[in-house]
Design a protein around this ligand. Structure first.
Ligand code: GMT
Length: 382
């Protein structure tokens, strides 16, 4: 198949997932065309089946807000025509689903071509940004106009029906991880540099937005650190980073916390860690937690959104209600204070990650694509 993938090229989960999906499809022989404003961060190495088309947004003194969506729709039209694409798969509804609708209409009108559009909903496009009245009518309309809709968790599917008037079926295709990439032997020197005296290593990775509640991560660590020799690695960057650093100083734990910024070799970092912390207010899925589990790292998380679909309480880690810092710290200590317990949780976390392995999930997308390539196979009305 010749597949167009539209996504955010940044470190966000939707861009990561879309890029990993594209690379997996290319490895299976499909021709994959990424259409974004920058080369996706996880798109590495050369693959003859992968093409990257940059969306250029020319500026003009009149434009306080350069019209990205228009440039994106035009680029989609151009790529579909010049590379004879079979379908467009857009990740994150805003503004990708509406730009795809526009591209589809242009192609129908000008060329008589009926290009199927698949929209994958990822999280904040539904739960935070999409619900905003400023965007809602366009989001509802363009989701309904997609030929197929997928959500990355049961919870997100439910949230979408609750918040939007969606008249079509939404298929759940869970996010995935390439287990073989994360199942690595830790680099001892790297771990030693961070935890020279054999301290436990806790880790958090996110875009440091308010929704992630990174202050809860710091407070949990402060409690753990009082009881167990430990270090915390904070991976990523974003608006709450400064406040998080400030909080570390306030709590007197700065010497034990390393803010390492954005990192692209997440597998190297995850596999030197003992426990992953994800305290989010909401998480449609929590791809970073799944990547941790694939690296044999158990997870302490909130029980928000789709997290219970991946983190099994008492088995792959523990969950607690949002903001219950003391409970999360207690759970963390219960896993970390004993080598055998930690090892048991490590193995259980890894086993759970294997259920979401790339090899099980990518065929679900391929099967979905196949149904759309049959003529007039539009998403079924409810
Ligand atoms: O909120 C983020 O961290 C970024 C966002 C994105 O779309 O880039 O992540 C969402 O999509 C990820 C991939 O499907 C999910 O794993 C995240 O849980 C989801 N984030 C939220 O729902 C807050």
């Amino acid at each position: 198949m010749r597949i167009g993938i539209v996504c955010y090229p940044t470190f966000g989960g939707s861009g990561v997932l879309a890029t990993e999906l594209g690379m997996a499809l290319a490895n299976k022989g499909h021709k994959v065309h990424f259409i974004t404003y920058q080369q996706p961060v996880r798109l590495m190495g050369f693959n003859a089946n992968i093409f990257y088309h940059e969306v250029r947004v020319p500026t003009y003194p009149l434009f306080d807000y350069p019209p990205y969506e228009t440039a994106l729709a035009s680029t989609m039209v151009d790529v579909v025509l010049n590379h004879n694409l079979d379908l467009l798969h857009v990740h994150y509804a805003i503004p990708h689903a509406s730009a795809a609708y526009m591209a589809k209409k242009i192609l129908q009108t000008n060329d008589g071509r009926n290009i199927p559009v698949i929209t994958t909903l990822h999280g904040t496009d539904i739960t935070l940004v999409g619900r905003d009245k400023t965007y809602e009518p366009v989001v509802t309309f363009s989701i309904n106009e997609s030929n197929a809709i997928t959500a990355v968790s049961q919870n997100l599917r439910h949230e979408t029906y609750q918040s939007f008037n969606i008249k079509k079926d939404i298929a759940v295709i869970h996010n995935f991880v390439d287990v073989s990439r994360f199942n690595k032997k830790p680099i001892d020197a790297f771990r030693k540099a961070l935890a020279p005296n054999g301290e436990r290593v806790l880790i958090h990775a996110s875009n440091f937005r308010k929704i992630k509640r990174v202050d809860d991560v710091i407070r949990i660590f402060a409690i753990v650190n009082k009881q167990l020799p430990s270090k915390l690695m904070m991976v990523g960057d974003g608006p709450e980073r400064h406040a998080a650093e400030e909080l570390c100083r306030e709590l007197g734990i700065s010497e034990h916390v390393r803010f390492v910024g954005k990192q692209d070799q997440m597998e190297e970092i995850m596999c030197i860690s003992d426990l992953f912390l994800l305290t989010s207010e909401y998480e449609s899925f929590g791809l970073s937690a799944l990547e941790a589990m694939a690296a044999h790292v158990p997870v302490i998380s909130s029980n928000a959104g789709g997290l219970p679909e991946i983190n099994i309480h008492g088995q792959t880690g523990y969950m607690a209600p949002v903001g219950h810092v003391a409970q999360m710290a207690e759970h963390a200590i219960s896993i970390l204070q004993n080598d055998d317990t930690l090892e048991t949780f490590r193995q259980q976390a890894y086993a759970q990650a294997c259920c979401f392995d790339i090899q099980h999930i990518v065929p679900q997308y391929e099967a979905l694509y196949q149904t759309l390539l049959e003529p007039y196979a539009l998403a079924e009305p409810l």
